[in-house]
Structures are given as structure tokens and as C-alpha cells.
Design a protein around this ligand. Structure first.
Ligand code: ZN
Length: 87
């Protein structure tokens, strides 16, 4: 067996990476995401309140900014998560 042949056989024996089986925290199936935006311009703290989409909170921020001239916002996205300890 030549050196080149032995190397080719070793490459062919590589195994796929094992699937991770440790604890996992992931989005809870069937639950909704919640989007929220709050104005942080000066002393203003007006907030959209929870909405079901980013387009909803973006629209709120655009309307708020157009009427007040405010232009700095904090956006928050939250979800429910499910912990799996063992698979
Ligand atoms: Zn504002």
C-alpha cells in the first residue's frame, strides 16, 4: 500500500459529527413571539405595548416619530422557551 492510498482510505472513514444531545432551550412550539418598542428620546418613555409583529411596532415608532420628532427607540422581542434536559 502506498502512502497516498492509505491517506485516501483514512479520509473515507471519517464519521459524521454526532448530533448534540445536551440540554437545549428553544422556542416553545405553538407560542407567539412578542414585539415591543419604547421611545428613549429625552424623557419620553412612550411605548407601543406588546404586538404580534415587528411591522406593528415599526409602524407605531414611525407614527410616534412623525408626530413628536423623536428618533431613538428600544426594541424588544420576547418568546416563551422550552427546556429539554435529555433527548
Ligand atoms: Zn417619544
Amino acid at each position: 500500500m502506498t502512502r497516498r492510498t492509505r491517506r485516501a482510505r483514512q479520509v473515507g472513514r471519517t464519521r459524521p459529527s454526532p448530533i448534540p444531545t445536551g440540554p437545549r432551550l428553544q422556542h416553545l412550539d405553538g407560542s407567539a413571539w412578542a414585539f415591543d418598542v419604547r421611545c428613549i428620546t429625552g424623557d419620553c418613555s412612550a411605548a407601543s405595548g406588546p404586538m404580534e409583529s415587528a411591522s406593528g411596532t415599526d409602524g407605531w415608532a414611525v407614527r410616534h416619530g412623525a408626530t413628536t420628532g423623536h428618533g431613538a427607540f428600544q426594541r424588544t422581542v420576547t418568546d416563551l422557551a422550552s427546556l429539554t434536559l435529555h433527548k
